[in-house]
Design a protein around this ligand. Sequence first.
Ligand SMILES: Nc1nc2c(ncn2[C@@H]2O[C@H](COP(=O)(O)OP(=O)(O)OP(=O)(O)O)[C@@H](O)[C@H]2O)c(=O)[nH]1
Length: 205
Amino acid sequence: MNEMKIAVLGSEGVGKSALIVRFLTRRFIGEYASSSECMYSKRLSVDGRQISLELYEPCSQACDGKSTLNDQIHWADGFIVVYDISDRSSFLTAKATVHLIRDLQLGTAKRDVESIIFLVGNKQDLCHMREVRHEEGQRLAGEFHCQFYELSAAEHYQEVALIFSKMVHNASMGSKAKERRRRPSGSKSMAKLINNVFGKRRKSV
Ligand SMILES: Nc1nc2c(ncn2[C@@H]2O[C@H](COP(=O)(O)OP(=O)(O)OP(=O)(O)O)[C@@H](O)[C@H]2O)c(=O)[nH]1
């Protein structure tokens, strides 16, 4: 069984949990708590191979034991960097994050293999409130050698699933001979994920 580790990054409220939960459960669940970092795990078959996938979502608020981007770069096989197309500041955070991943990577043992980064503009259903043009996302992705997607976790299951499968596929190509690395926190089972989702406090859109 191959292991695959993906970190889902982005500023508060961009829809990181929504995307992960959509992928894992096919459902869009509107409200999630954000007071702790989360690790989700899932087994899946990609290109005929069994993959044990771990998805890490850091806590976007100040919390104990928070991992640094440097830790995440050592740990992850790939990054999904999310912003909200109706929130320009989240795009600027995504830009800074992508920049940092590329910069920090140069100082690690992984510098020979460019980290796989997918830049994702979420909340496409809010295009009437759009603050970030599609072309801006495309341009940023081109500049930093990322793949770019715009979608809505609220409305698009297929697109969300496609992104995660592509990420796993691409990351598995680049990680075959890779050393095992420390992970930033403990793992959550699917049952815990469901409890977590339903136990989370409510936030408004
Ligand atoms: N309209 C719309 N709302 C969305 C979408 N995705 C997520 N949301 C909403 O955005 C809010 C934040 O979503 P989360 O998934 O908690 O975002 P997050 O990035 O995990 O937030 P933190 O954990 O606080 O960092 C919630 O109210 C979601 O219902 C989307 O595609 N469209």
